[in-house]
Design a protein around this ligand. Structure first.
Ligand SMILES: *[C@@H]1O[C@H](CO)[C@@H](O)[C@H](O)[C@H]1NC(C)=O
Ligand SMILES: *[C@@H]1O[C@H](CO)[C@@H](O)[C@H](O)[C@H]1NC(C)=O
Ligand SMILES: *[C@@H]1O[C@H](CO)[C@@H](O)[C@H](O)[C@H]1NC(C)=O
Ligand SMILES: *[C@@H]1O[C@H](CO)[C@@H](O)[C@H](O)[C@H]1NC(C)=O
Ligand SMILES: *[C@@H]1O[C@H](CO)[C@@H](O)[C@H](O)[C@H]1NC(C)=O
Length: 350
């Protein structure tokens, strides 16, 4: 500290005395630990007796008659080294100014522990850690956390210690369904002039396994009107991780509440259609979603229906019975129309 104050004073004095300044080129020397660098020192005045460099990595001694001088620093392996330029002026004054120097070292290792597997996409935040080992100087260290193409957090550090240190930091990240299969990692870089900046160092990459609740690929509720024909497919296909399982229920006007249907696929095929509501529940460990299919009564011309029934009559007794149910004497169309009211208990969300 005392040394520092001394140098600070010298810089101050150096800039003030006779208006003479000590100028370094480059103004800040960046050198890799164990590497080499060079610098120039000069004064803005020419009433010098001599100039010299003092350094354990390549000093020069005082050289008389010069007002500018280069120094080559080789194998800089002392974190605390402070090369100094000294200038002797003809009036007997001496200025000693330390060279601004940044000695850097990329980390030995950047480490991110494997995130928990699987993660559930439930809007919760998850903690991710990153450890950077043996890096210097910390106030040039910059850590970024990546998920796929996105940087979701960045951190820099403060401090004046020149020596290598370890940094272990945590941040939170929100996991969504789309993150399934994406890679996460952290990256350490040193903030140095571009031409000198070493490649960032990455941690191991971890592939996320994200569980998310089913999401219907078709519109959520469907109303099917006037579907004439033998077969109707109700499509309840949903994406989800793990793959969803399906349960089907239906309600009929003659029955109370919802009846369970012995079907488990994502497609439910009806051979004959009555105006009912089908309900499909797609679920997995992450949650469930419910989709309703409203099958409405065909509209329009009862004569057409009667004609159709006539065709059916020829097909057999079963059809005759159905004809009896649907066709009335007055010629009106008496197919019951139902509007399904879902049971009071709302769909369960996990
Ligand atoms: C950094 O971590 C390594 C390994 O855990 C340890 O050996 C070393 O002493 C640590 N360095 C500092 C400056 O704490
Ligand atoms: C659910 O599906 C819709 C339409 O296919 C899509 O836009 C949306 O991003 C999906 N949501 C999730 C969480 O996968
Ligand atoms: C689907 O239908 C059910 C019951 O009719 C209703 O509660 C729900 O809000 C509907 N969902 C959408 C997305 O329309
Ligand atoms: C059901 O919907 C899915 C998603 O849109 C589609 O891939 C599939 O072919 C459909 N199946 C039928 C039988 O329509
Ligand atoms: C209904 O489901 C049970 C058990 O899942 C199965 O054993 C039976 O064969 C199914 N019945 C029909 C008619 O599909």
């Amino acid at each position: 500290m005392r040394l520092f104050l001394f140098f600070a004073f010298m810089i101050y004095a150096g800039k003030r005395a006779h208006g003479c300044e000590t100028v370094f080129t480059p103004p800040m020397v960046y050198v890799k630990f164990g590497g080499s660098a060079s610098a120039n020192c000069r004064t803005t005045c020419n009433n010098t007796d001599g100039i010299g460099w003092e350094s354990s990595f390549g000093g020069t001694g005082l050289i008389e008659g010069l007002s500018t001088l280069d120094v080559n620093l080789s194998n800089v392996n002392d974190w605390m080294t402070a090369p100094k330029c000294y200038i002797a002026y003809s009036n007997g004054e001496q200025h000693i100014v330390p060279l601004p120097i940044t000695i850097y070292k990329m980390p030995e290792k950047v480490f991110m522990p494997k995130p928990p597997t699987p993660l559930i996409a439930d809007g919760e935040y998850h903690l991710l850690q990153c450890s950077v080992h043996d890096v210097a100087p910390v106030n040039r260290l910059h850590i970024s956390w990546h998920k796929g193409d996105e940087i979701f957090y960045e951190q820099s550090f403060e401090g004046i210690d020149r020596r290598p240190a370890n940094k272990s930091v945590e941040t939170t990240v929100e996991i969504v369904a789309e993150d399934n299969g994406k890679k996460v990692w952290c990256e350490a870089r040193l903030d140095l002039p571009a031409e000198q900046s070493p490649q960032p160092m990455k941690s191991e990459l971890h592939v996320l396994t994200v569980y998310y609740k089913p999401n219907f690929t078709e519109p959520e509720n469907e109303t099917l009107e006037n579907v004439v024909g033998a077969k109707i497919s109700l499509n309840c296909t949903a994406t989800g991780n793990p793959t969803p399982v399906y349960k089907w229920h239906f309600s009929e006007p003659t029955l109370e509440g919802m009846q369970e249907q012995n079907a488990t696929g994502s497609i439910f095929t009806l051979d004959f259609r009555t105006p009912v509501v089908y309900k499909c529940v797609a679920s997995n460990v992450a949650g469930e979603r419910i989709k309703y299919f409203h099958l409405n009564k065909p509209e329009g011309n009862c004569n057409t229906r009667k004609a159709l029934l006539g065709v059916f009559l020829t097909l057999g007794v079963v059809i005759i019975i159905i004809g009896g149910v649907f066709g009335t004497r007055s010629g009106s169309c008496a197919i019951p129309r139902t509007i399904y009211q879902p049971p009071p208990s709302s769909p369960k969300e996990i």
